[in-house]
Design a protein. Structure first.
Length: 297
């Protein structure tokens, strides 16, 4: 298929690469020149603008940092028109960003007014999953659009879920990432307690992995440096899912809870911890670096 891919960050670049490797005709756009050059070397085409990338595309995929960027792309910014206005054809639009459900529904409604299908399809699985093509896609939107999107999403992911109507993908992703933030901060806390009382972090990790404390953060993404080969913690927390992005997602969970009068005491605590960790200069490194907050204490 002819696909436009907009947003080539830590997640978007490997996702676009997998589409190229699957044989799709991919045109990319990003504000970072080097990101486009890297994809071009793999066989993608490049465009000078998002509108240029989307011209003639059957599918448009975006992967952007936050809701303000998604709304700016599709609805316009500073009084200028957005991508929805510029589209000449009627491609399927898939936004893989993690944004608020309200923002997702706003863009979906604007797209529907123009006869376009817009899906919110945030992902889980991190940079490792993006590179391996094993991401989980959590899709909100019309069932017909979901069925149309599946063949494209399967080139980038292993598990494809239809969560419900527009915005449902974001609700599910926010709940998932709130739990992940809680698990990572709790795992880091437990490891720090053990090490301060004489335990080897690798031995303690193995014990907890095989016991009732086992969880994804411990089993797959261990936050203690040197314990798990290939983890962000063993790369000085470089790459991966940034602390600032986890703080953003926990903020989205807090806003969702506030709007629905839900009680999220552990989610709120995780939000505070990651906000503090970010404020201490760790926003641009992997979120598992929350371990540093406990090791310093």
């Amino acid at each position: 298929m002819k696909i436009a891919f907009i947003g080539l960050g830590n997640m978007g670049s490997p996702m676009a690469s997998n589409l190229v490797n699957a044989g799709h005709d991919v045109t990319v756009f990003d504000l970072v020149e080097s990101a486009m050059q890297a994809l071009e070397s793999e066989g993608a085409k490049r465009a000078d603008s998002a509108e240029g990338a989307a011209k003639g595309a059957e599918v448009v995929i975006s992967m952007l940092p936050a809701g303000v960027h998604v709304k700016g792309l599709y609805l316009g910014r500073d009084g200028g028109p957005g991508l929805l206005e510029a589209l000449e054809a009627k491609p399927l639009i898939i936004d893989a960003s993690t944004i608020s459900p309200e923002d997702a529904r706003t863009v979906a409604a604007a797209a529907k007014e123009k006869g376009l299908t817009w899906l919110d399809a945030p992902v889980s699985g991190g940079v490792g999953g993006a590179k391996a093509g094993t991401l989980t896609f959590i899709v909100g939107g019309e069932a017909a659009g979901f069925e149309q999107a599946k063949s494209v999403l399967e080139a980038m992911g292993k598990n494809i879920f239809h969560a419900g109507d527009s915005g449902a993908g974001q609700v599910a992703k926010i709940c998932n990432n709130m739990l992940l933030g809680i698990l990572m901060s709790g795992t880091a806390e437990a490891l720090a307690l053990g090490v301060k009382n004489g335990m080897d972090p690798a031995v303690l990790s193995e014990i907890m992995k095989q016991s009732s404390g086992g969880n994804w953060a411990l089993n797959v993404y261990n936050p203690w440096p040197g314990v798990m080969e290939g983890s962000a913690a063993s790369r000085d927390y470089q790459g991966g899912f940034l602390t600032d992005l986890m703080a953003k997602d926990l903020g989205l969970a807090w806003e969702l809870a506030l709007g629905s009068k839900a009680t999220v005491p552990m989610g709120s605590q995780a939000r505070n911890l990651f906000a503090l960790h970010s404020a201490q200069g760790n926003g641009a490194i992997d979120f598992s670096s929350i371990q540093k907050l406990y090791r310093a204490g």
